[in-house]
Write a protein that binds this ligand. Structure first.
Ligand SMILES: *[C@@H]1O[C@H](CO)[C@@H](O)[C@H](O)[C@H]1NC(C)=O
Ligand SMILES: *[C@@H]1O[C@H](CO)[C@@H](O)[C@H](O)[C@H]1NC(C)=O
Length: 432
């Protein structure tokens, strides 16, 4: 996105051989340094934004003879620029369990990809919450709520509408999850009313999502709600979604729309079918679009997965995983060995290259190096930072995060850090 700014200014407006491009040319190393410095100050990790800048520089360096003025702008670039001018909220929900490996991928593929977007985090307080210190490399962070979870008593309409089947913690599990999602919308609304505006777009994603590639700018579509294919479980995949403000309000109001589902006569819904029903009664159409992320899971599943089993993909899989379960592993089988139907639990793995892990046990010995090798240096540094975190540094990072976050509702840094780092020493507990 920033590289566009360079080529737009340097390449398009000035006539060939005018003194201006030459001046720009001779200044370009300084411009690059100034840009890097300004990024550094604004908290963007310069290591990540650097390559984009340098890629754009050679186009200026043909001594003014051919300044790319005739090249058509690819639709993707145009779209990216348009998204760069709109207001976007990115809502991140869920527990931080494996944020040491999902966090850097979210920062890179969502937050730095859309650096104009505001981040909102809604998460339960637990021993992993300190891992959110990785958000210090987020370009913008507007709202954080880390809360002590408590039982949510089910109302009569919730009991009529929802089914405990297929949910590990029954109806209570659904209510906790719905509360996480809707609470993120409340954070966003609070921020909007403070500033008297509404976001054009809301991206809703999960703390435990590992993003293997950037969010496609074509996922932003007016008047529909975009979700990944697969994992439908009789409704719609509810592990990720993008929509305009109105569609997102319908998609994220997971608790407050239940009385209307009740009034409409819906019964026995699981998370996915309730999600589909709430879009239906709100007259919002859903559209499926593949997304390059998976949900990192520590849970164990039978292997090979049976007809109704849950396949766990290798995080190294190149095809979009659309929110399927994954873990870092050395793959055993290629996709040709697995014929999964589109039923209860299998994601939409229509493209080749799916690698399935034997997830009957704990994560395999040495997964850290599998992950570091696959995710690249920045991610590996992030992972090691979390694993080596100590109380004082953690508190400092959290305090810095708090100072740059307008809406902050979380326990003191001392407590968040102590929960994760104190007893018996963090390092052995986290498997260093
Ligand atoms: C908020 O915005 C609306 C419309 O843009 C305007 O009419 C109103 O006066 C604004 N309120 C405040 C408090 O700025
Ligand atoms: C899966 O891993 C377990 C050990 O965790 C092993 O006992 C089992 O044989 C493996 N299954 C297959 C099909 O390789």
């Amino acid at each position: 996105m920033t590289s566009d700014r360079f080529s737009a200014g340097g390449g398009r407006r000035f006539p060939i051989l005018s003194p201006l491009p030459i001046l720009l040319l001779s200044l370009s190393p300084f411009l690059a340094i100034i840009t890097i410095l300004s990024f550094h100050r604004s908290g963007v990790n310069p290591l990540i934004s650097l390559p984009g800048h340098f890629k754009s520089l050679p186009s200026l360096s043909f001594l003014g003879l051919r300044l790319q003025s005739d090249l058509p702008i690819p639709p993707e670039t145009k779209r990216r620029r348009r998204m760069g001018r709109s207001s976007i909220a990115i809502c991140l929900v869920g527990g931080a369990r494996r944020f040491e490996i999902t966090g850097p991928s979210i920062v890179k593929n969502l937050l730095l990809e859309y650096p104009n977007a505001d981040l909102f985090l809604h998460s339960p307080l637990d021993k992993d919450a300190f891992k959110f210190l990785l958000l210090k490399s987020a370009p913008r962070i507007a709202g954080v709520r880390i809360f002590d979870p408590s039982l949510i008593p089910a109302t009569e309409s919730q009991i009529r509408v929802l089914s405990p089947r297929g949910s590990p913690n029954g109806i209570q599990g659904l209510l906790q999850y719905f509360n996480l999602v809707e609470g993120c919308l409340s954070l966003i609304s609070a921020y909007e009313s403070r500033h008297n505006f509404t976001y054009d777009w809301i991206v809703r994603t999960r703390v435990d999502g590992y993003w293997a590639g950037p969010l496609d700018p074509f996922a932003f579509r007016r008047a529909v709600y975009v979700v990944p294919p697969g994992s439908r479980f009789g409704g719609l995949n509810d592990r990720f979604g993008v929509g305009d403000r109105a569609s997102s309000a319908a998609a994220l109001s997971r608790l407050s729309l239940i009385p209307r589902l009740d009034a409409a006569g819906y019964k026995n819904l699981n998370s996915e079918s309730a999600f589909k029903a709430q879009l239906t009664i709100s007259k919002v159409r859903a559209q499926e679009m593949p997304q390059p992320f998976c949900v990192v899971s520590d849970r164990r599943y039978g292997f090979p997965p049976g007809r109704r089993g849950v396949p766990v993909a290798s995080m190294e899989t190149s095809a979009p995983l659309n929110g399927a379960k994954c873990r870092p592993c050395a793959p055993t089988f290629g996709s040709e060995c697995l014929k999964l139907d589109g039923g209860w639990s299998s994601p939409e793995w229509t493209e080749g290259g799916i690698e399935i892990c034997n997830a009957t046990g704990a994560w395999e010995e040495g997964w850290e190096s599998v992950f570091d090798g696959m995710a690249g240096d920045v991610a590996a540094i992030g992972r090691r930072q979390v694993m080596a975190a100590e109380q004082i540094g953690c508190e400092e990072d959290f305090e810095r995060l708090r100072r740059r976050t307008e809406i902050w509702d979380a326990p003191p840094a001392t407590e968040v850090c102590r929960l994760g780092l104190s007893e018996s020493g963090s390092t052995s507990k986290l498997g260093l």
